[in-house]
Design a protein around this ligand. Sequence first.
Ligand code: ADP
Ligand code: MG
Ligand code: MG
Length: 318
Amino acid sequence: MLDTTRVYSYSAVLMGSPILLKLFVSDEALASRVFRLIKHYEDLFTVNRAQSQVMDINHAAGQHPVRVSSPVYALIKCAKAASMLPNSAFNLAIGPLVKRWRIGFRGDSVPPGEDIAHLLTLTDPLQVVLNDADESVYLALPGMEIDLGAIAKGYIADRVRDYLRKEGVEQGLINLGGNVQTLGTPAGNWSIGLKKPFSQAGAMVGTLEIAHKSVVTSGVYERYFEQNGQIYHHILDPHTGYPLDNELDSVTIVSADSIDGDIWTTLMYGMGVEKACAALRARPDIEAIFVTKSKEVILSSSHHYRFTLLDNDYQLIG
Ligand code: ADP
Ligand code: MG
Ligand code: MG
């Protein structure tokens, strides 16, 4: 019988975030293999360095298709499908706008409107041409750039879960910073903190208890800058080229797969609370927790987790 009172935590900094792995067995070698696996995927997907398979595609925009490895092809195919949903706020071809805004990086400021208007012409997901026969990707216009920043962590969190399962791990948690994926039910359930927006590290609105689920949070407070009293955060509206403007400070998705959490958090930003809750009625496998600027915590439903409110500044609805 596994002792789930003694936790072994392993950490690393990867993908620009602190990464945490929790196990109930002491296994340094396994933790190293997990971190190597994450690094392997980061090296394939990143657009924050000069070279990666995704950068190879971007460098060849308007010139020629690029054959990529199967994980890269699969993730781009999934990201394109999410981008093609009706009125989708998700857009894998958002790269030129992300690069221009530089939100959360040195030198971020509001770009001139004509720059944004021009860059919007380079973000049509239909111009990301996929060829299943040779797993190649072609960006049809020069200057186009794929950005998998909103979906890569989810994909990787799921691959880590699969790897741990294959290695015989029954209880484990991986936290990629925003994406948590879990195996097993240690001492009942896993408890995951829901961050309090725009507060110091460790401050929580509440906790979620889950088992065998992923929890993904995307918050406007994660990366932003302020100019003339206005906050500009890092989730952009692909239809306007400006940060998505609505009542939300954060969205959290509880789902089996973390990649769904990633896609749906972004879709939800585009919909806002009311439309999002309506859309989720058709998807009982996906549940959302909205934290609004007016300090409400709204649960679309809570069949697969238990939420406990910890901060009395907030009002729980749902
Ligand atoms: P976090 O960085 O907090 O994990 P997300 O998972 O929502 O937040 O990812 C945000 C990142 O996704 C941005 O930094 C950018 O690289 C990319 N991005 C921004 N807007 C969009 C969008 N509308 N569709 C897809 N990707 C986006
Ligand atoms: Mg994310
Ligand atoms: Mg997201």
